[in-house]
Design a protein around this ligand. Structure first.
Ligand SMILES: [Zn+2]
Length: 92
């Protein structure tokens, strides 16, 4: 608690207010920013925890790259080796 949180560019985001859990039950932190507002960072956005907590708000839970392709019919991600979409059943 009370650790200074900085982003990837070294900018001070604020102070860690509390530990929380996101909707999936994973660890997250609540940071109080300089203007008094609170910001929620999920575990995916936390890069490192040490003397400072480093967060990367740009980091999002990216879908697996390289071994997936999106169905041209419904747009859902499928494994590259799939011949048919697992969601809509159409050939991809
Ligand atoms: Zn589909």
């Amino acid at each position: 608690m009370g650790k200074t949180t900085i982003d990837m560019s070294g900018k001070n985001v604020g102070q860690v207010l509390d530990i929380a859990y996101d909707g999936a039950g994973r660890l997250a932190i609540i940071v109080r920013r300089g203007d008094g507002s609170e910001k929620f960072f999920s575990i995916e956005e936390i890069v490192a925890i040490g003397d400072f907590v480093i967060v990367n708000p740009e980091r999002s839970p990216a879908p697996p790259q390289g071994d997936s392709k999106n169905c041209p019919h419904c747009g859902k991600p499928n494994k590259m080796q799939n011949k048919y979409c697992v969601y809509c059943g159409k050939p991809i």
